[in-house]
Design a protein around this ligand. Structure first.
Ligand SMILES: NC(=O)c1ccc[n+]([C@@H]2O[C@H](COP(=O)([O-])OP(=O)(O)OC[C@H]3O[C@@H](n4cnc5c(N)ncnc54)[C@H](OP(=O)(O)O)[C@@H]3O)[C@@H](O)[C@H]2O)c1
Length: 428
């Protein structure tokens, strides 16, 4: 029977779990793939660290880069992380030396995926990254295989479990952002430094990868990105009263022949499918022709779900399928232009906390009309004790740049108490 020699580099949360899984499931994987997966080598930063896995002495590589040079390595699994440094060195060298690569590293693929896929294609080896997007949700394989027939017009959803956990806990427990973040850290749902989860960058990396696969294009950095740091429980309560939930969504879409990529907190109708996805779950919705709409959801992160995705990639290599990393040859991928969302139309929710005095409301509404944005709904909640008022406005569809102009203009007025809010509404 054929054999595939594997080196696992990185034995942290994911690497250690995968190591154990591959050992425990060697027989069934061999039977299903008609090829024996053999963990030949492993490496991590600190050889002396205590780990909950049994590693044989002759499996340890003193230098992780040796995996790229050894003749008895066919596949390198990179589980170090980060777009630069050792992960980048490892993956570039592995592909140059004609080793297959499996990685869970979205930062690396979103930044260097085009260069890496070119090397993989030239050297006729696989570069697989199912685990880099939405953990256990097999969205990459779905786009590359299950939905291969389709012309995709939109792919969107919840791609970050940490931010979804925070927003849905703020909603169900009526708690503040900081309280919920602390709890998320305690439960292990947020890293000690959760910046990339909260500022939208994590979603942006995943969106670039999905967008590229959906539209047959090279990776493109033109993404509008806004995180969830400014969302507070007042916005969540207001959204509820207006019939919406707030979710951090990523969108890649084709509208009137223009491509857009955007990541931002979004008001979404309470009775929509996406609004019901709570906690650390991820969900992806794809609109395509001829399939119509497809939806897939599941655990977005964690060692178990990520291992599920990694094993799917490993199995593909065990079976001997050499594929283009981004579904089609580098020669066939397009250099698409992605547009700024400035000229895209949105309905929006705006909230202004103001000093309650005569003339404020009319000043605000005059700024709206000056910018040709019409108001669909206006709610004013005065607080007599604080001599302040909260003004909530829902607009009709308007150009994004006009909405941003209004926000900037009102923010400068002396009656404004805190930074005004703008949250875009999704009508789909
Ligand atoms: N955690 C998740 O839920 C999740 C989900 C999806 C994707 N991912 C991705 O999976 C990858 C790994 O994540 P993780 O959570 O397992 O990270 P982690 O727990 O921080 O593990 C990183 C591993 O890399 C090793 N390492 C660091 N520098 C190294 C070097 N120079 N040479 C060799 N090994 C080195 C570390 O060694 P030591 O053990 O000796 O320190 C550690 O074993 C990342 O790309 C991440 O984005 C993670």
């Amino acid at each position: 029977m054929r054999k595939l020699n594997i080196a696992i580099i990185g034995l942290g949360n994911i690497g250690a779990y995968l190591f154990k899984y591959l050992k425990d499931n060697k027989k069934i994987l061999t039977e299903k793939n008609n090829c024996i997966p053999i963990i030949k080598y492993i490496s991590a930063k600190n050889k002396n660290k205590k780990r909950n896995i049994k590693i044989k002495k002759n499996q340890w590589l003193n230098n992780y880069l040796d995996a790229t040079k050894k003749k008895d390595v066919d596949l390198i699994i990179e589980l170090i992380g980060g777009a630069e440094g050792p992960a980048k060195k490892l993956v570039f060298n592995a592909l140059k030396n004609k080793k297959h690569v499996v990685t869970a590293n979205k930062a690396l693929i979103a930044k260097y995926g085009d260069q890496l896929s070119k090397i993989a294609e030239n050297n006729k080896v696989n570069l697989e990254f199912e685990a880099s997007v939405c953990g256990g949700v097999p969205i990459i394989r779905l786009l590359k295989e299950g939905l291969i027939a389709n012309k995709i017009s939109k792919i969107y959803g919840i791609f970050n479990g940490t931010s979804n956990f925070i927003l849905s806990s703020m909603d169900t427990q009526n708690k503040n952002f900081d309280e919920v973040l602390l709890n998320a850290k305690k439960l292990g749902y947020a890293e000690s430094n959760p910046t990339n989860d909260l500022n939208g960058n994590d979603v942006s990396s995943k969106l670039k990868i999905l967008s590229s696969l959906s539209f047959s294009s090279f990776l493109n950095n033109n993404v509008f990105v806004e995180g969830i740091k400014d969302i507070d429980k007042i916005d969540i309560n207001n959204a509820n009263k207006l019939g919406y939930k707030i979710k951090l969504l990523g969108f890649a879409e084709l509208i009137n022949n223009k491509f857009y990529q955007r990541v931002h907190p979004t008001l979404i109708k309470k009775n929509s499918y996406v609004a019901s996805i709570n906690g650390v779950l991820n969900a992806v919705i794809i609109n395509g022709i001829p399939v119509g709409q497809s939806i897939i959801q599941g655990e977005g992160a964690g060692p178990a779900a990520t291992t599920s995705a990694l094993v799917s990639d490993i199995s593909s290599i065990l079976r001997g399928n050499i594929k283009f990393p981004f579904s089609l040859s580098v020669k066939e991928r397009k250099n698409l232009k992605f547009h700024s969302i400035d000229d895209r139309f949105f309905s929006a929710y705006l909230r202004f906390e103001v000093i309650d005095k005569p003339g404020v409301l009319s000043n605000i509404t005059s700024i709206f009309s000056k910018n040709k944005v019409s108001i669909k709904r206006l709610v004013q909640n005065p607080d007599k004790n604080k001599k302040s008022s909260s003004i909530i406005i829902i607009t009709h569809k308007s150009k994004d740049k006009s909405l941003k102009k209004i926000l900037k203009s009102v923010a400068k007025r002396n009656y404004i108490k805190i930074k005004p809010k703008l949250i875009r509404i999704d009508e789909s």
